[in-house]
Design a protein around this ligand. Structure first.
Ligand SMILES: [Mn+2]
Length: 365
């Protein structure tokens, strides 16, 4: 971003690196010591982990754009620019919570199946129920391992049919396979249904195949709000209200998955497959707020995926950082208002990945 566009309240990463600390007088992060590599630049808060930011630099099947593997780190860097004050929470982040940016997933695995197993194994310790895991991707292929990891959450207890997945996306991601690959990013929601989730709610959908339209029509677990309806200049407001009402009426454990391309392409021009006609920024915010404030639902985890580093302007990764920050603030609000409570003893920061061969077995069948 050009220097004249920089807010004088917040400093760019470059400025922060170049200027001596005493010149960095404004802004909570900077005044307490900006820490590079930590989400929002927040300083370490002891062993306390209330929210775990988990970076999944996974890219194996992205069809159009490239660079999802660099997205999570770019999002963390861009988060330095996000204001810490959340008006709905009424506080500056971290608002007393321990926000821990975990060491990123190591990307190991010689095959797609091994990578999916390694992602699930990396995630599982963070689904113990003592903290809120927020994953940053990486392509949308991270969703099946996220759902697989979620089955160990105390509120799921191995019964994935208890879980509702709320999906913001341009694409339905309900294909049986893409280019012969059933675990393609274009199949992420379909494989989550195969894993046994109880319900899938989709919004922003505007690019899908006939095969996917049939799943939407026939699988009673799937409820889809098409962008054509919610973005209509004639009856969009009513459709949008129905979407928010649907979210407010949710019950039980929920995972929120935000494919950045669900937003209008103008907001996320660098994402893998930007599509026109998508959600506005405020619709994404309203969706996050509606899910986390649903009185009978517990949002156990969330992910923001298909983040790609944009050159020239940080718009794409900054949009992702804004949404991730909103999810964190909405989780803290849910915690403060009794909609989220820890289901396990605090397990600290050092968590060893679990070994699993689940996806290897699935793919060899
Ligand atoms: Mn997707």
């Amino acid at each position: 971003m050009p220097p004249d566009m920089q807010s004088n309240r917040r400093l760019t990463l470059n400025n922060i690196k170049q200027q001596p600390q005493e010149h960095l007088c404004k802004g909570k992060v900077v005044s307490e010591g900006y820490v590079e590599g930590n989400f929002l630049g927040l300083p370490e808060m002891g062993e306390n982990v209330d929210i775990a930011v988990l970076q999944l630099p996974y890219e194996l099947t992205t069809s159009y754009g490239q660079g999802t593997a660099l997205g999570p780190a770019a999002c963390v860097a861009a988060s330095a620019q996000v204001e810490l004050f959340d008006a709905e929470l009424g506080q500056d982040l971290p608002a007393g919570a321990g926000i821990f940016t975990a060491p990123e997933w190591n990307g190991e695995g010689g095959s797609l199946a091994e990578q999916l197993d390694n992602i699930s194994g990396y995630l599982q310790p963070w689904f113990a129920g003592d903290c809120f895991p927020l994953a940053l991707g990486g392509e949308h292929g991270i969703l099946p391992p996220l759902v697989h990891a979620a089955q160990n959450h105390p509120l799921i207890g191995g019964e994935l049919n208890r879980l509702t997945v709320v999906q913001i996306d341009a694409h339905a991601d309900l294909r049986s396979e893409l280019d012969g690959e059933p675990y393609s990013h274009a199949c992420a929601a379909g494989r989550s249904l195969d894993l046994g989730i109880g319900r899938l709610l989709q919004v922003g959908i505007r690019a899908f195949a006939k095969e996917e339209a049939e799943v939407i029509q026939n699988d009673e677990r799937v409820t889809t709000f098409f962008a054509r309806e919610t973005q209509s200049s004639i009856h969009g407001d009513a459709a949008w209200r129905r979407w928010l009402d649907t979210l407010q009426n949710l019950s039980g454990p929920v995972h929120l998955t935000i494919d950045l391309d669900g937003l209008d392409g103008s907001l996320v021009p660098a994402t893998g497959t930007p599509v026109p006609g998508g959600l506005s920024f405020w619709q994404a915010i309203e969706t996050i707020e509606a899910v986390f404030s649903a009185p009978n639902a517990v949002v156990i985890s969330a992910d923001i995926n298909e983040i790609v580093t944009q050159e020239g302007t940080p718009l794409t990764q900054f949009t992702a950082a804004m949404l991730a920050t909103k999810a964190i603030a909405a989780h803290i609000k849910a915690r403060n208002e009794g909609r989220w409570t820890a289901k396990a003893q605090p397990a600290g920061r050092d968590r060893e990945a679990i070994q699993t061969t689940f996806f290897k077995q699935q793919l060899s069948q």
